[in-house]
Design a binder for this molecule. Structure first.
Ligand SMILES: Nc1nc2c(c(=O)[nH]1)N[C@H]1C(S)=C(S)[C@@H](COP(=O)(O)OP(=O)(O)OC[C@H]3O[C@@H](n4cnc5c(=O)[nH]c(N)nc54)[C@H](O)[C@@H]3O)O[C@H]1N2
Ligand SMILES: Nc1nc2c(c(=O)[nH]1)N[C@H]1C(S)=C(S)[C@@H](COP(=O)(O)OP(=O)(O)OC[C@H]3O[C@@H](n4cnc5c(=O)[nH]c(N)nc54)[C@H](O)[C@@H]3O)O[C@H]1N2
Ligand code: SF4
Ligand SMILES: [Mo]
Length: 715
């Protein structure tokens, strides 16, 4: 059964059905949406990633389409009362366009910034990047993917020359003799993926999980390593040290397919297993068992996710695991390799087409003169008019409203008031702006601070493409049009571009008609342009057409020609580096940005629960999900709780140097006694990001969500 075959959207059909994908995570499970007498239901669909499975979030995704809290009209902040009030589209768009041009006249083009999201379709992510560079002509655009997989992306780029989360199809997992998951909890974050893990173990494979908590995933593993947060790099270096000592290095592969191994070999010489045990708490015997399982396997796969990556040393940590994978000769071998589990629905495609501060479509660099020429040609503007690189998300948010920083921000597809590190500070920065514009389907906590809120269409109301965690480009299909009063993100960008052109100072004016032509609202037209803009770049979509996606289960990039093959597996012959070889980089452990001390003696780490998604704007409003996971909690070990005089269910306060959060205690023997955990899906007093540290990785800009120093007390 192909992706499009069940699609039956013709008018007059009752009930209507459309084959599409879940709006939430990067697994992009296949589903069928069925509309019968106005009611929309979700049916699971066979697709290579989910094989008919869905998690609770997917099952309930349609509930938001007709949700009473859905935004259906623009909102404008009343200067008198300070409240958000319904307004016409004309009034809202005019306010934005005149506001932006006034700020830019006074403070320059870079005084306006854009913040995007990894949940946007490829078409929208592309249009948003183009809008920033061509309509606003600001260098300031970045997005929430910086908080997500940027460290793995940077590590992949420097080792392999290209960043595709999984360089192989998910099905390869089932064939691995050994599968190592580092800081990943797919049993809660991608539940249907567990089918592949089960199959792997039915095939006789071993599953090893590295996580400070005995999660639902870790409990299924043959071996669970439970390190102190922030010590994964030391663990990886020790694993490589053991592999060297035991003679498990693939010498021929290292010689033929890589460069830089001698320096790495020397650098891990000092990582005796006992030293790694001292830092991480992982027993030497477990390190040895893990190294043996990887080093003696016919096929082995190492995967990292946010637990390993969301650190101020995330790039080096991922690099340590990449070094291990390369030394064992895994990448590019059938059923073997290294991969990162991308998180957001379009976390992969959203990082390829120009939302990033330093990027142009096709995963090109904005500081590369040839890339600028190519993309400017597609956009019909002179290359020297394109701005240069901006700054990564955390730095951008921190600069808002400060002297020399942006004074206006447009947000599409993110809720940083809940999801950004050191969120109370971010909230202050947002309040200090002259103009905050948020496009959302619901009144998120960020939208609630905005001067102008624009109601936007939902996933089931527009066509487009998404690129899942495997680099597989998929079709999102519209079931029905948006409700009256609601516009698509593409239409909003087109409307704004037209008004901005009309508001240009005389002389510099670009006719409004040109602006409208530059920002088409039809996603198919945008995708056709994206294909041309990406042609020849690392993430080449030139050969991917919507009809080709329809006749296959998606198309893997790179895919340069329509009649040529796509690329389910990368690196089988060569890596995407100039000499075709993968590059080793020596990396060393360093402590967390904020060590524990007498005042803040505990390690705080954060993550997810099954029934809530991200900042919770969407899932906190779905009945069944709210019942399943109504509130935040603070997970702590019973021994620690006893020491602090805390009982299960007691309200507790977690305090760091930046702020505090309050939530009921959840006692669990499955977490380390020196570490506390909280999910980040809730706002207000239960906001975990009031506590987290905004220290960032020097290469990727990834914030240190997964470790900071706190104290815990009964509230
Ligand atoms: N239910 C649900 N599913 C989701 C999402 C969601 O919000 N809710 N979001 C999606 C997105 S965008 C993403 S990025 C993915 C994330 O998917 P995951 O990376 O699986 O999710 P997390 O819970 O953030 O982190 C995984 C694990 O890291 C562990 N951890 C914490 N600190 C450390 C450490 O220092 N080292 C190691 N080794 N582990 C550590 C945590 O205990 C946690 O169990 O999930 C996607 N799927
Ligand atoms: N402490 C801590 N913080 C974290 C993390 C962690 O592990 N710990 N994880 C981080 C990670 S990995 C991520 S990915 C971020 C995610 O955090 P956010 O960037 O806040 O992501 P979402 O909550 O998905 O926000 C998406 C918003 O856009 C809206 N939206 C959905 N679809 C569309 C659309 O098509 N168009 C428009 N205009 N709006 C839309 C939604 O209603 C929602 O308000 O959080 C990060 N924050
Ligand atoms: S695993 Fe992800 S894509 Fe699949 S149903 Fe759940 S949220 Fe949706
Ligand atoms: Mo993410």
């Amino acid at each position: 059964m192909t992706d499009g075959a069940r699609s039956a959207t013709g008018p007059g059909r009752s009930p209507r059905e459309v084959a599409t994908h879940c709006p939430y995570c990067a697994l992009q499970c296949g589903m069928v949406l069925r509309e019968d007498a106005g009611a929309v239901t979700v049916l699971p669909r066979q697709f290579p990633t989910n094989r008919g499975g869905l998690c609770q979030k997917g099952w309930t995704a349609a509930e938001l389409l007709d949700h009473p809290e859905r935004l259906t009209t623009p909102l404008l902040r009343d200067p008198e009362t300070g409240e958000l009030r319904p307004a016409t589209w004309a009034a809202a768009l005019d306010r934005i366009a005149t506001g932006i041009r006034a700020i830019q006249r006074e403070a320059g083009r870079d005084a306006v910034a854009v913040f995007g999201g990894g949940g946007l379709t490829n078409e929208k992510a592309y249009a948003l990047g183009k809008f920033a560079r061509v309509a606003l002509r600001t260098r300031h655009i970045d997005y929430n993917g910086r908080f997500c997989m940027s460290s793995a992306a940077a590590a992949g780029l420097r080792a392999f020359g290209v960043d595709r989360g999984l360089p192989f199809p998910l099905a390869d997992l089932a064939r691995a003799d050994t599968l190592l998951l580092v800081g990943a909890n797919p049993a809660e974050t991608m539940p249907p993926m567990v089918r592949w893990l089960n199959e792997q173990r039915r095939n006789g494979g071993r599953l090893i999980v590295v996580d400070p908590r005995a999660t639902a995933t870790a409990r299924q593993a043959d071996l669970h390593l439970q390190p102190l947060p922030g010590t994964d790099l030391a663990v990886a270096n020790a694993l490589l040290h053991i592999a060297l000592t035991e003679g498990w290095i693939d010498q021929a592969y290292v010689a033929e397919r890589t460069t830089g191994f001698p320096v790495v070999r020397r650098s891990v010489a000092a990582w005796w297993p006992a030293r790694a045990e001292q830092l991480s708490g992982v027993p030497v015997a477990d390190l040895e068992a893990t190294a043996r399982a990887l080093g003696t396997a016919g096929r082995a796969i190492i995967l990292t996710a946010r637990g390993a990556e969301q650190h101020a040393k995330g790039v080096d940590t991922v690099t340590a695991y990449v070094n291990l994978a390369l030394a064992l000769g895994l990448p590019g071998r059938p059923g073997s390799g290294y991969g990162c589990l991308t998180g957001q629905g379009n976390g992969q495609g959203g990082r390829e087409h120009g939302q990033k501060a330093d990027q142009l479509p096709g995963y090109r660099r904005i500081d590369d003169p040839a890339a600028r020429e190519h993309v400017a040609g597609v956009w019909g503007v002179p290359a020297d008019e394109l701005p240069g690189p901006g700054v990564p998300a955390t730095e951008l948010l921190d600069s808002l409203g400060t002297p020399g920083g942006p004074r206006a921000l447009l947000v599409f597809g993110s809720n940083p008031v809940v999801s950004a590190p050191r969120a109370s500070h971010v909230e202050r920065r947002l309040r200090g702006l002259d103009l905050l514009v948020v496009a959302d389907l619901l009144l998120s906590e960020t939208a609630a601070l905005a001067d102008v809120v624009l109601p936007t269409a939902q996933w089931a109301e527009e066509d487009g493409t998404m690129t899942n965690l495997e680099g597989r480009v998929l079709r999102r299909r519209a079931l029905r049009p948006p409700p009256p009063g609601v516009r698509t993100d593409l239409a909003i960008l087109a409307d704004l571009a037209t008004r901005l052109a009309a508001a240009e100072p005389a002389g510099a004016a670009r006719p409004a008609a040109t602006a409208a032509a530059r920002f088409p609202t039809d996603p198919a037209t945008v995708f056709a342009e994206l294909r041309r803009a990406s042609a020849g770049g690392p993430a080449d979509y030139a050969g991917i057409s919507w009809s080709r996606i329809d006749t296959a289960d998606g198309v893997f990039w790179p895919c340069p020609t329509e009649d040529g093959p796509d690329t389910p597996r990368l690196f089988t012959e060569r890596f995407a580096t100039p000499d075709g070889r993968a590059r080793f980089h020596p990396v060393d452990h360093r402590p967390a940005a904020e060590p524990v001390c007498a005042d803040y003696p505990l390690h705080f780490t954060t993550g997810r629960v099954l029934a809530q998604y991200q900042s919770g704007t969407q899932t906190r409003r779905v009945d069944a999900l709210r019942r399943a996971a109504p509130d935040a909690f603070v997970e702590l070990h019973p021994d620690l709780a006893a020491r602090l005089g805390i009982d299960d269910g007691d309200p507790v306060r977690v305090t760091s140097r930046r702020g505090d959060m309050r939530a009921p205690a959840r006692l669990s023997p499955t977490i380390r006694p020196d570490t506390v955990f909280a999910p980040f899906h809730w706002a207000g007093p239960a906001r975990a990001n009031s506590v987290t540290n905004d220290a960032v990785d020097p290469i990727s800009g990834m914030p240190e969500f997964k470790i900071c120093a706190v104290r815990v007390e009964k509230a």
